[in-house]
Ligand binder design. Structure first.
Ligand code: ADP
Ligand code: ZN
Ligand code: ZN
Length: 692
């Protein structure tokens, strides 16, 4: 066997352990991407093969076993890239690429001969020895005795699979996800001139080109993706479609499945383990060539990608919260580059970063020809979040309205009228939020809950004040308007039921947090209201402007699809330029001003931000660790204290760098060094490249 050594990354979460480590190569079916189970110290770990070698300077041990599924080599490359790009570890990054867990070991894989396999078998019989076909005696034996349980010979069978002689999969019917009710295939609509031009631009784009489809809501972006996908499939290449959190955007999946049928695989968290695994296998084997899914679908094992679409590219759900803190938009770009695929990011409110970096194509008007709804700004003066008389009137007149208030719960915080006590989370330095229908006050950061207080524990007073209002209270307050009021926010269990009830209703008000502004397509909404438009502006964050503009514009896009509609934006800051630009539907104006501001202040895309957060339960330990990190990064800012979270004090250091690659490496080295020191052993470190 040439290359008797495999280089592997054992999948451990420890930051200090980085491979590759050498092991004995079990057999020549084991290659880059193979999954093994290896002895590692005293542990038994899953490991990914990242390379082969002729020798090793170490005394080698053999893996325990070869696991049935293997990653395609391009995902191994992607994992190694991702670990470095996000200052994480190869092991943590490669863990993201694994086939869906749970069902992996339980599923019985069966191998069958394909039509080509039959031909090969006939050729073998005609010329014994199989020289012509270059099959090993073992492979010949396997080919003769099919179908069979793939079990122990899986890696040899995989070799036959790559040559098209064998098909491998779970026996019997796959566990088809519910979306796969393939409907009547409606003929696609005729494209309008702007759509034609957009599709042509995508199809004529050179391999590896990156495009931004900037089109107002309802301008027919999805239809453009569908046409480009059809053409990509016709050229024999695969398609990846990323969408925001799927529970709220089933429409996109339906449209792809209806158009393309079984070649579409859907990967998302609501599927059962078995379903997810089957969809993964269908992609891996090439049976399915299109994948639609949220953030994590960016790791779908699609071969020969030709088109990668990121829909609603401004959406915050593309950023992963845990380590590695990857951004699926950048990963999508990297995957497209690996395959020479065309990248298409689409949005009505694209990020300044995308406008700066991508070639823009436009869909300037709605498919139905309707103008965008007029937007009226109502100056609230001081009472943030209250319903102004103008707004109240409009809600009375409206048939169907959507009202956005970006705060869950009944009220924002509770105080004692006698002694001034504020109810705070014992684990985090934040106020507890009253949830009347759950009969509790809760922390929105750690989930801590307590009963609603009747008396003040400090002074015994029974006079407790409730301040501010959230969606729950708003739902209650608007109930007097004679229309059903529906609520949609993270406290609502069945979002789908709420959305379809609103869709079916003749007259109704939908109240909710920013989820109400996302991708739903209701034809007959005649009023959109943003109750507290500057709430997002009050965050001390350079993306505050961008978020505010997007929220107001996206909500406006939900209103008046039929042509009759209007939007009211309440604010205590009517001159805030993000709000004024949104009210004029002037995204070009907003983007130009925003890019200018960022260039001036050297914010992304004109720099890279990297954030290091140190957290510890021990007093002052986080601050000391952050101080040590800061000292190793001369141009960094900090340490700055953050509010205590889940019982841990936190402190952060921020790097603003012109040279992305070297800055990431420097931060990684600094964090490794500091975290390895005994003095900081009770501190958790997290590194966030491109924090949101
Ligand atoms: P967007 O993704 O830009 O918000 P969609 O692609 O969802 O827009 O299109 C909005 C609606 O218009 C959908 O119901 C879609 O089926 C329909 N549509 C798209 N293109 C056309 C067209 N060329 N002619 C008629 N209807 C269209
Ligand atoms: Zn009190
Ligand atoms: Zn808390």
């Amino acid at each position: 066997m040439s290359h008797p050594v495999v280089q592997v990354e054992p999948l451990t979460t420890a930051r200090a352990l980085r491979g590759p480590f050498d092991y004995v190569r079990p057999n020549d079916g084991v290659d880059v991407g193979s999954l093994l189970e290896v002895p590692f110290g005293r542990q038994r770990l899953t490991a990914v093969v990242t390379g082969l070698a002729d020798d090793s300077e170490h005394r080698l041990v053999a893996p325990y076993k070869v696991l049935p599924d293997a990653l395609p080599p391009d995902l191994v490359d992607l994992g190694l890239w991702l670990g470095r790009e996000y200052a994480s570890t190869p092991a943590r990054a490669l863990s993201l690429m694994l086939p869906p867990r749970g069902a992996r070991e339980k599923v019985q894989l069966w191998a069958e001969r394909t039509a080509d396999g039959d031909v090969a078998l006939a050729a073998m019989d005609a010329a014994p020895g199989g020289r012509e076909l270059r099959l090993t005696p073992k492979q010949q034996g396997l080919l003769q005795h099919l179908p069979r349980f793939a079990g122990n010979d899986l890696s040899s069978l995989r070799r036959l699979e790559t040559r098209g002689f064998v098909a491998i999969g779970p026996r019997g019917r796959r566990r088809a996800p519910q979306h796969h009710a393939v409907g009547a295939r409606k003929p696609p609509p005729r494209l309008n001139a702007d759509q034609e031009a957009a599709v042509a631009a995508i199809l004529q784009a050179p391999d590896g080109d990156r495009l931004l489809l900037h089109g107002v809501t309802g301008s027919g972006k999805t239809e453009v993706y569908l046409r480009a996908a059809a053409d990509t499939l016709a050229r024999g290449r695969g398609v990846l479609i990323l969408v925001p959190e799927i529970g709220l955007t089933p429409q996109m999946i339906d449209r792809f499945v209806t158009r393309f049928g079984d070649t579409v695989a859907v990967l998302h968290s609501k599927l059962g383990a078995g379903e997810r695994y089957d969809e993964w296998r269908r992609l891996r084997s090439g049976e399915a060539q299109v994948c639609v899914g949220p953030r994590s679908a960016v790791f779908a094992p699609i071969a020969h990608l030709g088109l990668v679409v990121v829909d609603e590219e401004h959406d915050g759900s593309y950023k992963n919260e845990g380590d590695p803190r990857y951004d699926a938009r950048l990963v999508a770009e990297q995957r497209a580059a690996q395959h020479g695929a065309v990248l298409v990011c689409g949005s009505a409110t694209p990020r300044p970063e995308s406008v700066h970096a991508l070639r823009r194509i436009r869909l300037p008007s709605r498919v139905d020809g309707a103008p965008l709804p007029p937007v009226e700004i109502v100056d609230l003066k001081t009472a943030a979040g209250a319903v102004a008389p103008r707004t109240h009137e409009a809600l009375v007149d409206a048939r169907k309205a959507i009202v956005l208030l970006n705060r869950r719960g009944w009220s924002n915080f509770l105080t004692c009228r006698t002694c001034g006590r504020v109810w705070e989370c014992p684990q985090c330095d934040v106020a507890l939020i009253l949830h009347r229908d759950q009969n509790a006050v809760a922390c929105h950061h750690c989930g801590h809950r307590e009963q609603i207080p009747r008396t003040c524990p400090d002074c015994g007073s029974v006079s407790i004040a409730r301040h501010g209002s959230g969606t729950e209270r708003l739902e209650h307050d608007l109930a007097g308007l004679g229309k059903p009021v529906l609520r949609l926010d993270a406290d609502v269990k069945d979002a789908g039921a709420v959305l379809s009830a609103f869709e079916r209703a003749d007259r109704a008000i939908l109240v909710g947090t920013q989820v109400v502004a996302k991708g739903h397509d209701f034809p007959d909404v005649d009023l959109g209201v943003v109750l507290d438009a500057d709430s997002t502006l009050r965050f001390p964050d350079f993306r505050a402007e961008e978020r505010t503009f997007a929220l107001v514009t996206q909500l406006a896009g939900r209103a008046g699809r039929g042509g009759a509609g209007r939007v009211i934006v309440q604010t205590i800051d009517p001159h805030a330029s993000a709000i004024a630009f949104a009210a004029r539907h002037d995204s070009d104006g907003f983007l130009a001003e925003e890019l200018e501001r960022r260039e001036l202040l050297r914010y992304p895309p004109f720099s890279t931000l990297i954030r290091v957060v140190c957290a510890s339960e021990q007093p002052n330990a986080a601050h000391l660790a952050a101080t040590a990190v800061q000292a190793r990064l001369p141009s960094s800012l900090g340490p700055a204290p953050l509010f205590r979270l889940r019982g841990k004090e936190r402190s952060q250091v921020v790097v603003k760098a012109g040279e992305r690659r070297s800055a990431i490496d420097q931060v990684d080295a600094a964090v490794r060094e500091v975290s390895a020191a005994k003095a900081h052993k009770n501190v958790a470190f997290s590194v966030d490249v491109d924090p949101q």
